[in-house]
Ligand binder design. Structure first.
Ligand code: ASP
Length: 331
């Protein structure tokens, strides 16, 4: 075997090929698996998207695609940093969300650059959020919630998935909108936050519909509004009013997910992964699962790596002044 590899590599170099182009031709090797890093806890919205996607990618790439939860750090920094330490060979990828667009504004001393350190492999979906509360809350609609929060200033808290998370962004924007400062309770993802919300240990949470839909449907939490300008089509959420129509004019937050690799992947490997992703975005089973949870699978050009990157950078520009004016800062 050793000899075979030696002569094979010698042949490769005599033919003027380089090792990475050989690896690319071989990708994905049937004896290997692809690891999909999720920088948040299992059972949360990012994990949910990644698990649905991994099943679909497996069909298109023909090798196992295994989700690994590397939770922790602001905006999933631990998982993102792990991705950047991995070999750029296509076998370690990451599903991440809007943190890529808010990291630069929210996290000082970010140990990487979102524009140059990642391989952009295409966007996956857009996901609205919902403002939800523990079942024991006395309020039954948004008007009552706001009145209760204003009466109990200083005692109400809000859970989130840590600094630079989608839930932090939404929660802080909402607090800035209603001009109430609340204590925030950070978790390593919104799955553990949801468990505590259902148990009544925390009061409020703003989280993606991919994890809140079933809890709202099952009446495990109280729902007060959706964060998009339009109501949602998902049957379980179609009667839930937007925050905008309930008086918070212009309140509009949509979370998105994309697929990333470490910088330096061979172009052929990146192309094969992007092609597999595009097939998944047309996979009826994947679409059905995502739509059932209120997510909108990408059908526009943001499934292209260059457009994905352009979009993320436009989000960095879009959120910077919003974050600054809402005075959401952290070290
Ligand atoms: N929804 C989380 C957030 O607030 C992340 C997660 O657990 O997927 O960013």
């Amino acid at each position: 075997m050793k000899n075979f590899k030696h002569y094979f590599l010698l042949g490769v170099s005599l033919l003027g090929l380089n090792w990475s182009s050989v690896q690319a031709a071989d990708f994905p090797n049937k004896d290997r698996q692809i690891t999909l890093i999720v920088p948040f806890a299992a059972g949360g919205p990012t994990d949910r998207v990644a698990r649905d996607l991994s099943e679909s990618l497996r069909k298109h790439l023909g090798v196992p695609v295994v989700v690994e939860n590397d939770a922790g750090g602001p905006g999933g920094l631990i998982g993102a940093s792990k991705l950047l330490r991995a070999a750029p060979d296509g076998y370690t990828l990451m599903v991440h969300h809007i943190a890529m667009g808010i990291f630069p504004s929210l996290v000082k001393n970010l140990p990487f650059k979102v524009d140059t350190d990642f391989e952009y492999l295409g966007m996956i979906n857009d996901v609205p959020m919902t403002l939800i509360g523990k079942p024991q809350l006395p309020a039954n609609n948004y008007k009552e919630l706001k009145a209760w929060v204003l009466q109990n200033k200083g005692q109400v808290n809000m859970a989130n998935a840590g600094l630079a998370s989608a839930s932090q962004l939404c929660g802080m924007l909402w607090q800035a909108t209603i001009q109430v400062d609340m204590a925030t309770v950070p978790y390593k993802g919104t799955a553990p936050a949801m468990t505590d919300l259902i148990g009544g240990q925390v009061d409020l949470l703003c989280d993606q519909t991919t994890s809140t839909t079933s809890q709202i449907e099952g009446k495990k939490v109280k729902a007060f509004g959706v964060t998009t300008l339009k109501r949602l089509a998902t049957p379980a959420l179609k009667d839930l009013p937007t925050l905008d129509e309930q008086g918070e004019k212009g309140f509009n937050v949509t979370i998105w997910h994309g697929l990333y690799g470490p910088k330096g992947m061979p172009a052929d490997v990146a192309l094969k992964i992007n092609n597999a992703l595009k097939s998944s975005l047309k996979d009826p089973e994947f679409i059905k699962k995502q739509e059932g949870l209120g997510a909108v699978v990408i059908t526009d050009k943001r499934s292209d790596p260059a457009e994905h990157k352009r979009f993320v950078l436009s989000e960095v520009t879009r959120w910077a002044p919003v974050i600054k004016s809402a005075a959401i800062y952290a070290d």
